[in-house]
Design a protein around this ligand. Structure first.
Ligand code: K2U
Ligand code: NI
Length: 198
């Protein structure tokens, strides 16, 4: 299983390298890498396992973060409408970006960045991506065109950046880190009312 010690940190030149396309059909070795990244996310959001192994929670992880310079990443998150998004992807390529942008009001984090970084990262609010989507149930890959918006689109772009050696601090406006362009809107999650115990 992937542990925090296996996660490559900012400062390691590997994180700044460009990843290469994965040869298809998926080799057993590459399939195991993908499965290990799926397992990391599952473990990181399991309170007991995360505490036992001191794992940082993650909504995504990219192969370069475990030192493998191949175009693979996994996303698993619940969006603003409460819908689940699970995308273990091979050879993703963003083919279109909207002009409208979005950002996380609290900024971003990264398993590979061990410091608090203040600033906003403005990303495309809608993207279209060409990729191969892995299904761990059937252990098959299928070619898909993904159209994503808002939080899933934002997380996708964060992971996609890792495939090009880009980290989120690179994208913060150095002069005005909290600047919000007129075409950028915050990702807003609904407030879940705490139901008072009757
Ligand atoms: O790539 C990574 O290091 C995983 C990041 C992904 C991320 C994407 C967009 C914005 C922030 C982070 C980790 O998930 S960072 C921890 C985290 C966990 C839950 C929600 C947001 C961030
Ligand atoms: Ni990251």
């Amino acid at each position: 299983m992937i542990l925090m010690k296996d996660i490559i940190r900012e400062g390691n030149p590997l994180l700044r390298e460009k990843s290469v396309n994965v040869e298809l059909p998926l080799s057993n070795e590459d399939e195991e890498i993908l499965l290990s990244m799926i397992e990391y996310i599952d473990n990181s959001i399991d309170e007991e396992i995360a505490e036992k192994y001191d794992l940082r929670a993650a909504v995504g992880i990219a192969a370069p973060q475990i030192g493998i310079l191949k175009k693979m990443f996994v996303i698993y998150l619940t969006d603003e409408q409460g819908n689940e998004h699970f995308y273990p992807l091979v050879n993703p390529k963003i083919v279109s970006y909207s002009d409208e942008q979005i950002y996380l009001p609290g900024g971003e984090g990264c398993l590979s960045v061990d410091r608090e970084v203040t600033g906003l990262i403005h990303r495309a609010r809608r993207i279209t991506a060409d990729a191969h989507l892995y299904d761990p149930e059937t252990r098959t890959l299928k070619h898909v065109i993904l159209k994503l918006k808002n939080y899933p689109a934002l997380v996708f772009q964060h992971e996609y950046d890792h495939l090009f050696g880009t980290l989120f601090p690179d994208r913060i406006n150095k002069e005005k880190p909290l600047f919000v362009p007129e075409n950028s809107k915050p990702v807003v999650f609904p407030k879940y009312e705490e139901t008072a115990d009757k």
